[in-house]
Design a protein around this ligand. Structure first.
Ligand SMILES: NC(=O)c1ccc[n+]([C@@H]2O[C@H](COP(=O)([O-])OP(=O)(O)OC[C@H]3O[C@@H](n4cnc5c(N)ncnc54)[C@H](O)[C@@H]3O)[C@@H](O)[C@H]2O)c1
Length: 424
C-alpha cells in the first residue's frame, strides 16, 4: 500500500469525533487508515476529538492521533476546521449531537442504533432532510455492511443468484453478561442505551437482514428476557464493556436477550436472536439466507469467508462451497492485500469512512442513511411492543424512505474505478 500522490493533492475534510472509548478507538483507526489505503477524492484530517473529561480527552487525542481536543461537544460541532462530525457516544446523546451538528452545517456519521426511540430517530431524519437541502449528508454506522463478504453477499442476492428469498436467519451471540457480577454499565440502563441486547446487537442484525434482502421487515413477533435483574453499580469509571463493580447494586432496566421472527415485504420469513448471555460466544454473528435458487451462509468470527450453495447445479456435485472473499474483484479488496491475506473487524471502519467520504465528494446519499436507521428503530420498537404482549404479531410501519440498495447500484460498483465506486 503506497500513499498515492492524489491523496496529498486532494482537498481536506476535517473530521471531529465525539466519544473516545471503544468506538472512538475503532473509528480513529478507520480515519487514520482510510486515506492511505483508498484513493480518495477528499483527504480526511483528524481535526478534533471531543469528550467530557478534559484530561482524558487530551490523552485520547494524543493516543489516537487527533490534532486537538474539546471537552464540550458543542464547541466541537461548531469549529470551522470540522466539516464532518462522527458520533461515538451512547445512544442517549445521538439525537442531540447529530441534530446540532447538522444544523451547524456539518456532515454526520452516527454510531448505531441511530437513537434510543422512534421519536428521536424521526427528529434526526427530519434534520438530515433539511441538511440535505443545504448539501450536508448523514449516515449511520452499521459497519457490518462493510465486511467484504457481506457486501459481496448483497451483490450476489441483487444479481438474482438466490432467486426469490424464502428465509433470512440471523443470530448475534455474545457472552459478557453471563457473569451476574458484571457491573451495571450504561449498556444495562434504558435511559442511556434505549434497550439491551436488542438495540446493541439486534440493531446490527436487523439492518444486515434488510440490507442483504434489499427489503424491509413489515412485522415481528418477539420474546425478550432480563435474566439477571440486579447488578453491582460500577465502582469506578466505566467504558461500555468493562468496569469494576462496587458493593451497591441497582436494577437492570433493559433486556439481556431478544428472540423474534419477522416477515419481509416480499413474504420471506426471517428469524433473529440477539443475546449477551450465550456462554462461549464472543462476537458470533451468523446468518443463513435461503432462496429458490440457492443459499448463503456467513459467520463473523470467520469474516473472510462466505458459503454459497448454487441449487441450479446438478444435485450429485452441488453443495455449499467456501468462497474466500479476498480477491481484488471483491468489494473493497482492490485496495488491500494479495488474495488470501485476510481482513478483520477493524477494516470495516476504514470501509465505512471510505464510503462516506466518496458520498460527500460526489454529493450522493450515503447508505445506511438516517432513514435506514429510523426503519431499524421502528423494527426495534415493534419487537419491544410484541414482547410486552407475549409475542403478538406486531406490524412495522414502513413509510420511511429507506435506501435499500438496488441491483443497478451494485453492478455500477463493479465497473467503476476505486475512487468513484458507488456504495456496495
Ligand atoms: N458498530 C459497532 O460495531 C459498535 C460496537 C460497539 C458500540 N457501538 C455503538 O457505539 C456507541 C458508543 O459505544 P462504545 O462501545 O464506544 O461505548 P463506550 O462506553 O466504550 O464509549 C462511550 C464514549 O462516549 C463518551 N460519552 C458518553 N456520554 C457522553 C456525552 N453525553 N457527551 C460526550 N461524550 C460522552 C464516553 O466518555 C466515552 O468516551 C453506541 O451507540 C454503541 O451502540 C457500535
Amino acid at each position: 500500500m503506497e500513499q498515492r500522490d492524489s491523496e496529498a493533492a486532494a482537498p481536506t475534510l476535517g473530521v471531529g469525533m465525539v466519544g473516545y472509548a471503544f468506538m472512538g478507538a475503532a473509528h480513529s483507526q478507520g480515519w487514520r487508515t482510510v486515506g492511505r489505503v483508498f484513493d480518495l477524492p477528499l483527504r480526511p484530517v483528524l481535526a478534533a476529538i471531543g469528550g467530557r473529561d478534559e484530561a482524558a480527552v487530551r490523552a485520547a487525542a494524543a493516543k489516537h492521533g487527533w490534532a486537538s481536543a474539546e471537552s464540550d461537544w458543542r464547541d466541537l460541532v461548531t469549529r470551522d476546521d470540522v466539516q464532518l462530525v462522527d458520533i461515538c457516544t451512547p445512544g442517549d446523546s445521538h439525537a442531540e449531537i447529530a441534530i446540532a451538528a447538522l444544523e451547524a452545517g456539518k456532515h454526520v456519521l452516527c454510531e448505531k442504533p441511530l437513537a434510543n426511540s422512534v421519536a428521536e430517530a424521526e427528529a434526526m431524519v427530519a434534520a438530515a432532510e433539511r441538511a440535505r437541502q443545504r448539501g450536508q449528508l448523514a449516515m449511520v454506522g452499521f459497519n457490518y455492511r462493510r465486511v467484504p463478504a457481506m457486501a459481496y453477499a448483497r451483490r450476489l442476492i441483487a444479481e438474482g443468484r438466490l432467486g426469490t428469498l424464502r428465509h433470512v436467519r440471523v443470530s448475534y451471540l455474545q457472552d459478557w453478561l453471563v457473569d451476574p457480577q458484571f457491573p451495571l454499565t450504561w449498556r444495562l440502563k434504558r435511559e442511556h442505551a434505549g434497550s439491551g441486547a436488542l438495540g446493541d446487537l439486534g440493531a446490527h442484525i436487523v439492518d444486515l437482514a434488510q440490507y442483504l434482502a434489499g427489503e424491509p421487515l413489515v412485522g415481528v413477533s418477539a420474546l425478550s428476557e432480563t435474566f439477571v435483574r440486579e447488578r453491582p453499580l460500577p465502582a469506578g469509571a466505566s467504558a461500555g464493556l468493562s468496569a469494576p463493580g462496587g458493593a451497591e447494586r441497582g436494577p437492570v432496566t433493559v433486556d439481556d436477550a431478544a428472540l423474534f421472527t419477522g416477515r419481509l415485504a416480499s413474504g420471506a420469513l426471517a428469524s433473529f436472536e440477539a443475546t449477551r448471555m450465550a456462554a462461549g460466544r464472543k462476537n458470533a454473528l451468523r446468518l443463513e439466507i435461503n432462496g429458490e435458487l440457492g443459499s448463503l451462509a456467513f459467520d463473523l468470527e470467520r469474516l473472510n469467508e462466505l458459503s454459497f450453495h448454487d441449487h441450479t447445479e446438478p444435485a450429485a456435485s452441488s453443495g455449499f462451497r467456501r468462497i474466500l472473499v479476498t480477491e481484488s474483484e471483491h468489494p473493497y479488496l482492490q485496495a488491500w492485500w494479495p488474495p488470501g491475506h485476510g481482513l478483520g473487524y477493524e477494516h470495516t471502519f476504514a470501509h465505512q469512512a471510505r464510503d462516506l467520504v466518496v458520498a460527500i465528494a460526489t454529493g450522493t446519499e450515503p447508505a445506511p442513511s438516517f432513514a435506514d436507521g429510523l426503519q431499524v428503530q421502528r423494527v426495534l420498537a415493534a419487537v419491544e411492543e410484541s414482547a410486552a404482549k407475549s409475542a403478538v404479531y406486531t406490524p412495522v410501519p414502513t413509510s420511511v424512505r429507506a435506501s435499500v440498495p438496488e441491483s443497478a447500484q451494485t453492478s455500477a460498483q463493479t465497473s467503476a474505478p476505486a475512487s468513484a465506486q458507488a456504495q456496495v
